[in-house]
Design a protein around this ligand. Structure first.
Ligand code: UDP
Length: 236
C-alpha cells in the first residue's frame, strides 16, 4: 500500500448529489462503500467533511448575519454532515468516532489529538466535524491541520473533477490535467487547489495532496494501491 494513514477531505457540496441543497442519501451510501473498500485493506482513515451544502459563513454576510456568527453556523453545518456520514459508515459495518472542533458534548467527543490517533490505531474511522473550531477558516484548512497533527501520509481531496487542470475543465475544453505538480508550480500558476492557508500548511510540512474524483467508484482504492489517479501535489 502506498499510504497507511489517510486524511480524506470531502466537500459538503459533493453530498448534495443531484440535489440543490442538503444531503443525498444515495451519495452518502456510495461514499461509505468507497471508504469501506480502503478500510478493509487495513488503511487508517480520518475524514474531514465540509458544510457548503448547508451553510457557508461568507454567504451569511449577504443576508446581514455577522461573519463570525455565520462561520459558527457553517461549522455546525459540517457537524450535521459528519453525523450523517458517521451513520452511513456504521450501517456499512465500520467503527467510527466523531470528534468536534467545538464542544457539542451530547453528540460527540471534543478533538484531542492523542485520542484521535488512538482511535485510528484501533481501526476506527475518525471524522473531524466542526472544522478547527475557529471562524475565518475552512474545512480545507482543517483537513491540512488535522492531517499534520495525526501524522497522516497524505491529504486526499475528493471532488467532482478528476484532478487539477490548466483551466476550468467545465468551461474550457482545451484544459489539460496535471498528473503531478509541485507546490511551487501550483502556487506560481495560481492553480486553485485549496485556500492558501490550507495549501501553505501542506507545503511547509511536506504533506502531499491528491485531488481526485470521489464520485468515480474504485478511485480511492486505486490511489491507496499507488495508481496514478487524479493529480498528486508534492514538494518536488
Ligand atoms: N468554517 C469555519 N471554520 C472552520 C471550518 C469551517 O468557520 O475551521 C465555516 C466556514 O464558514 C465555512 C463553513 O464552515 O464556509 C463550511 O465549510 P466549507 O466552506 O469549508 O465547506 P465545503 O466548501 O468543503 O463544503
Amino acid at each position: 500500500m502506498k499510504y497507511n494513514r489517510i486524511l480524506l477531505k470531502l466537500s459538503g457540496e459533493a453530498l448534495m448529489g443531484e440535489k440543490n441543497y442538503g444531503i443525498d442519501s444515495n451519495r452518502l451510501q456510495q461514499y461509505a462503500h468507497e471508504i469501506k473498500k480502503v478500510k478493509d485493506l487495513g488503511v487508517e482513515v480520518a475524514i474531514v467533511i465540509g458544510g457548503g451544502n448547508i451553510f457557508r459563513g461568507v454567504q451569511a454576510e449577504k443576508t446581514g448575519i455577522d461573519r463570525v456568527q455565520g462561520d459558527y453556523m457553517g461549522m455546525l453545518a459540517t457537524l450535521i454532515n459528519a453525523m450523517a456520514l458517521q451513520s452511513a459508515l456504521e450501517q456499512d459495518g465500520m467503527y467510527t468516532r466523531l470528534m468536534s472542533g467545538i464542544k457539542v458534548e451530547s453528540v460527540c467527543e471534543p478533538f484531542i489529538r492523542r485520542r484521535a490517533i488512538r482511535h485510528l490505531e484501533k481501526g476506527r474511522i475518525v471524522i473531524f466535524g466542526a472544522g478547527i473550531g475557529n471562524p475565518y477558516f475552512t474545512t480545507d484548512s482543517t483537513a491540512s491541520l488535522r492531517a499534520i497533527e495525526i501524522e497522516a501520509d497524505v491529504v486526499l481531496k475528493g471532488t467532482r473533477v478528476d484532478g487539477v487542470y490548466t483551466a476550468d475543465p467545465e468551461k474550457d475544453k482545451n484544459a489539460k490535467k496535471y498528473s503531478t505538480l509541485s507546490f511551487q508550480e501550483a502556487y506560481q500558476k495560481n492553480l486553485n487547489i485549496m485556500d492558501m492557508t490550507a495549501f501553505t500548511l501542506c507545503q511547509e510540512n511536506n504533506l502531499p495532496i491528491v485531488v481526485f474524483d470521489m464520485n468515480k467508484s474504485g478511485n480511492l482504492e486505486k490511489i491507496i494501491a499507488g495508481e496514478e489517479i487524479g493529480t498528486l501535489i508534492t514538494s518536488n
